[in-house]
Design a protein around this ligand. Structure first.
Ligand SMILES: [Zn+2]
Length: 153
């Protein structure tokens, strides 16, 4: 799924759970769970570092800006702020390891990379990963649920 979805779900998790030591592993587990759902990907086999960096940056910063705006206007306690930050960070971490493995050949991440690939529902290159609205509907649904949790629960 896209980074916006992961950031929002991680933030919502951080808001709901008091113990930061539980948030971190749960956020990582939740990342892999979310990736088992059908989702469009803007990265594919033709992607190069050059033509995707701006997309990743836009995706990442959009997610972080929404979380930051939430924190700014919700007048959260320091504890909630910290937990939302932890949730967001660990929720994004699996995709960061993919970038490190893919681009910087960090071979110690190979097993995590393989596991990450394995949780994905379809083979690489499948059209169900194409970047379109149909394939993004799960991202939209999970993002809306996360925003609702941030705002109303
Ligand atoms: Zn992922």
């Amino acid at each position: 799924m896209i980074l916006i979805t992961h950031a929002l779900v991680g933030a919502a998790l951080g808001k709901q759970i008091g113990n930061p030591f539980i948030i971190a592993p749960l956020a990582i587990a939740l990342h892999f769970c979310l990736d088992t759902f059908r989702h469009g990907e803007y990265l594919n086999r033709q992607s190069t570092f050059k033509n995707t960096t701006w997309k990743v940056a836009l995706d990442l910063f959009s997610g972080l800006i929404i979380v930051t705006l939430y924190l700014k206007f919700s007048h959260s306690s320091i504890e909630t702020l910290q937990n939302v930050f932890i949730g967001t960070f660990f929720s994004l971490l699996p995709d960061l390891t993919t970038v490190l493995y893919w681009k910087f050949h960090a071979n110690f991440l190979k097993k995590i990379y393989a596991f990450h690939e394995w949780v994905h529902p379809y083979p690489k290159g499948d059209q169900r990963y194409d970047w379109n609205l149909r394939n993004s509907s799960n991202d939209i649904i999970f993002s809306l649920i996360a925003i609702s949790i941030l705002l109303f629960f």
